[in-house]
Design a protein around this ligand. Structure first.
Ligand code: GAR
Length: 208
């Protein structure tokens, strides 16, 4: 049984897609044991509670340094014996200390085709706004293993979606979520749960 911890800050639609994919058997032999938020009003916490999942709130403001915040997160995840950590709209940057405990066991979903529109300052609606301002005809989302360098860890799955004339950041965000994010995140977790992902430097090999 793969014990999953999900880190959230907002709406939790990706969390919901993961919960649903476990319930329907798309992701085998796995359970979300903990949903951990850095925001006490995150709607993702209500989704977790509705699904009977334990929740914890750890706020950055309660710690003097980022390193202490990272340590508190890692400690809590260890208390729940978490095997795989999923960032799902988690709007805080994890420091190097966090990864000593969870190397190649932290995934993130980013709402663009990395390395485009990624890195510090690119999150949530800002990403879609930048894609529209650049006049891009396609965008998409990426699931990757997380390393201390923001949005730069080994890519697991990417999928593209069309930008349409008349798109607003909100419309584009919704299309990227519905047509890409809610599919590729569960698929990446399924591959991990089946032991089919191998990391070689920057390359992720999917074993057949
Ligand atoms: C998602 O679009 C996710 O890709 C993005 O935030 C949204 C969270 O939505 N993440 C980032 O921008 C990370 N850099 P959700 O809370 O409904 O899953």
């Amino acid at each position: 049984m793969l014990r999953i911890g999900v880190l959230v800050s907002g709406g939790g639609t990706n969390l919901q897609a993961i919960i649903d994919a476990i319930e329907s058997g798309v992701i085998p032999d796995s359970k979300v044991e903990l949903v951990l938020s850095n925001k006490e009003d995150a709607m993702a916490l209500d989704r977790a509670t509705s699904a009977g999942i334990s929740t914890e709130i750890i706020k950055r403001s309660e710690y003097e340094s980022s390193a202490e915040f990272d340590e508190a997160l890692a400690q809590t995840l260890s208390t729940y014996s978490i095997d795989l950590v999923l960032l799902a709209g988690f709007m805080a940057i994890l420091g190097a200390g966090f990864f000593t405990k969870f190397e190649n066991r932290v995934m993130n979903i980013h709402p663009a085709l990395i390395p485009s529109f990624s890195g510090a300052g690119y999150y949530g609606l800002k990403v879609h706004q930048a894609v529209l301002e650049a006049g891009c005809k396609i965008t998409g989302a990426s699931v990757h293993f997380v390393t201390p360098e923001v949005d730069a860890g080994p890519l697991i799955i990417q999928k593209a979606v069309a930008v349409k004339q008349g798109d607003t950041p909100e419309l584009l965000q919704r299309r990227v979520m519905e047509e890409v994010e809610w599919l590729i995140y569960p698929e990446a977790i399924r591959l991990f749960a089946l032991g089919l992902l191998e990391v070689h430097g920057r390359q992720v090999i999917i074993k057949q």
